[in-house]
Write a protein that binds this ligand. Structure first.
Ligand SMILES: [Zn+2]
Length: 307
């Protein structure tokens, strides 16, 4: 009891910060399931005791309700834009030079429980019809960049992103209104009955490089990071003390994932080495962490899984 009281006194105030962090991180949280996943990620990252987690959970749900700004929002409240036109799908956007201070990863990226990967057991049931909606707030640059990314899948695989009609499960490409760098997939692969399978993008995600949207879409169709494959220790060494607590889940080995084809340093799903990783094999002529687009092996893997 004493412990719980202390927990309440010391941890309860911080739950407001957690809630702010969650909202900031996701823009909007759509369902209680997603909210719980995010909360789990946060509480894991600060190693809260179980009772502390419960208090934070309670606080995060009651405080917004009391203040009249519930965290739970209705997906239907968002305005969706028209489906991408043929021109937008066929466009070749001009991407600026990578900014010198461009971050070395996607900024948030996979938001999910650590060590949960998708692959073959969470693939979309019909690759020729993966429904999508996109927010109405994307400008033409954003729409062209999304169209271009989707078209790389259309050109190279049997996957087809199609405008949603009345399908229960669909990809929702969300515009995140921030000047920061936040590009993420809320969960990985297909989850039956989930409804919106969210990909979040700030304008930074497509300002300078084409590959980040392809990267997030590849999460969305069921692929984790190349550097978290179960066989990755043969190819790279992770320098854990160079990685902040918050980012460690993005480097944990995804033990539940299936291996499809061989390790690919050039994958759009590989993070740059930075100070966080070292290679163990030679990789001549490959830029590790490239975000130009799907690599040859990325395409082969998508085809092997779906086509
Ligand atoms: Zn990622």
């Amino acid at each position: 009891m004493t412990f719980d009281l202390l927990t309440i006194i010391f941890i309860y105030p911080t739950c407001v910060q957690f809630c702010c962090g969650l909202e900031k991180r996701t823009n909007r949280v759509e369902s209680e399931t997603e909210f719980n996943e995010l909360l789990q990620l946060y509480t894991n990252s600060v190693s809260l005791p179980h009772s502390g987690s419960a208090v934070v959970w309670l606080g995060c749900w009651t405080i917004p309700v009391i203040t009249g700004s519930p965290v739970k929002t209705d997906e239907m409240e968002r305005a969706f834009g028209p489906p991408l036109s043929e021109d937008e799908l066929m466009s070749t956007p001009v991407f600026g030079k990578s900014a010198p201070d461009a971050p070395t990863s996607e900024g948030n990226d996979i938001i999910e429980l650590p060590n949960k990967n998708a692959y073959v057991n969470q693939k979309w049931p019909n690759p020729k019809e993966i429904p999508y909606v996109i927010d109405s707030t994307f400008d033409s640059k954003g729409r062209n960049a999304i169209g271009y990314a989707m078209n790389q899948y259309h050109k190279n695989t049997c996957i087809r992103f199609v405008p949603r009609t009345n399908q229960k499960d669909y990809i929702h490409i969300r515009k995140i209104d921030s000047t920061g760098w936040s590009c993420y997939s809320l969960g990985l692969g297909y989850n039956r009955g989930r409804g919106a399978h969210v990909v979040g993008l700030t304008p930074s995600c497509y300002a300078s490089q084409a590959g980040t949207i392809m990267h997030e879409l590849m999460h969305r169709v069921g692929f984790g990071h190349e550097h978290t494959r179960p066989d990755r220790d043969t190819y790279i060494e992770v320098i854990w003390d160079q990685i902040t607590q918050e980012w460690r889940p993005q480097y944990e080995i995804a033990t539940k994932s299936s291996l499809i084809l061989s390790y690919d340093y050039g994958s759009v799903m590989h993070y740059p080495l930075g100070n966080e990783m070292k290679t163990k094999k030679s990789y001549t002529g490959i830029r590790i962490g490239q975000r130009n687009g799907l690599s040859g092996p990325d395409v082969q893997k998508l085809n092997k899984m779906y086509c």
